[in-house]
Design a protein around this ligand. Structure first.
Ligand SMILES: C[S@@+](CC[C@H](N)C(=O)[O-])C[C@H]1O[C@@H](n2cnc3c(N)ncnc32)[C@H](O)[C@@H]1O
Length: 270
């Protein structure tokens, strides 16, 4: 159905006006909105379908806007007290479904992954959610750089202020990984539980991103059960996908298994 250019502007403004999506990167709303406008019978249906897809890729993981300024105040008040900082981060990690699911493994998750890596002085956490708040559990070189991005502007602003309070040299940004990658380089890139979302937006988008990331090591993970808790053979499917991508590029793979997640440590090149 032919559409006026104004229809897309109207749709984007309408979606961004809703409390749940007001901090989302407009580029992702525009991309998905344009696809939905091209196939839906009415503007109203296109807005509804766009919101539904944004829920699947982002809203479903963050049920409500976190109390970012209260967390920052608490972190500032806890300066120098490692145990308190960890306790604040732990509470915050529960607010994003993705990090919440990882909590049963938090103590062993990063030590196991980093054991497969050379010393890490810089990390790039792509589509990070609240995962940068797990940095106190990561065996990083002291004063390491932590580069983090996600779709949400308010999350990015919070992380930009929070990372230095965790003793890190932090940089944060807003990104749409189906469009462009921040121009960053790091010792290791984390892409945790996000590849299937990118593949859903465009077939091949996840694989293309892995090639474009400027880091010698990638840590790529996949959920092994759906958000609703069902195990639907996801581990087998994702393992096959990662093996195919790595075999085609002659990358080395190491596979680690956790309670709700499988992790691949990928060495690009030799
Ligand atoms: C399953 S969560 C994973 C979060 C984090 N990596 C973790 O494992 O704790 C997916 C994350 O990807 C983000 N996201 C989804 N599509 C994205 C895109 N196109 N560009 C950047 N971030 C995206 C969402 O906002 C969400 O925080």
């Amino acid at each position: 159905m032919a559409r006026e250019p104004d229809d897309l502007e109207w749709l984007v403004a309408r979606v961004l006006a809703s409390g749940k999506y007001c901090a989302l990167h407009p580029a992702v709303v525009r991309t998905i909105g344009a696809q939905e406008l091209a196939t839906r019978g009415s503007l109203k249906a296109a807005v509804k379908a766009t919101k539904g897809r944004l829920h699947q890729i982002a809203g479903a993981f963050l049920e409500r806007t976190p109390p970012y300024s209260a967390w920052l105040t608490a972190l500032r008040d806890a300066a120098g007290d490692t145990a308190r900082i960890r306790a604040i981060c732990l509470e915050a990690l529960k607010q994003h479904a993705s990090t919440r699911e990882r909590l049963p493994d938090l103590e062993r998750f990063y030590p196991a992954i980093f054991a497969a890596l050379p010393p890490v002085r810089s990390v790039m956490d792509l589509a990070c959610g609240l995962n940068p708040l797990a940095a106190p559990w990561m065996p990083l070189v002291p004063g390491a750089s932590y580069l983090a991005c996600d779709l949400y502007a308010d999350l990015s602003a919070f992380l930009g202020a929070a990372l230095p309070l965790l003793g890190l040299n932090g940089v944060s940004g807003v990104c749409d990984l189906t469009g462009a990658l921040p121009p960053w380089r790091a010792d290791v890139a984390l892409l945790l539980k996000t590849l299937p979302l990118l593949e859903h937006a465009r077939r091949g988008a996840g694989r293309d991103l892995l090639h474009m990331i400027n880091a010698p090591y990638l840590v790529v993970s996949f959920p092994t059960r759906s958000l609703g808790g069902r195990n639907v053979g996801m581990a087998t499917t994702y393992t096959a996908q990662m093996h195919a991508i790595a075999a085609a590029a002659a990358w080395r793979l190491q596979r680690l298994e956790f309670t709700n997640e499988i992790v691949f440590v990928v060495q690009k090149g030799s």
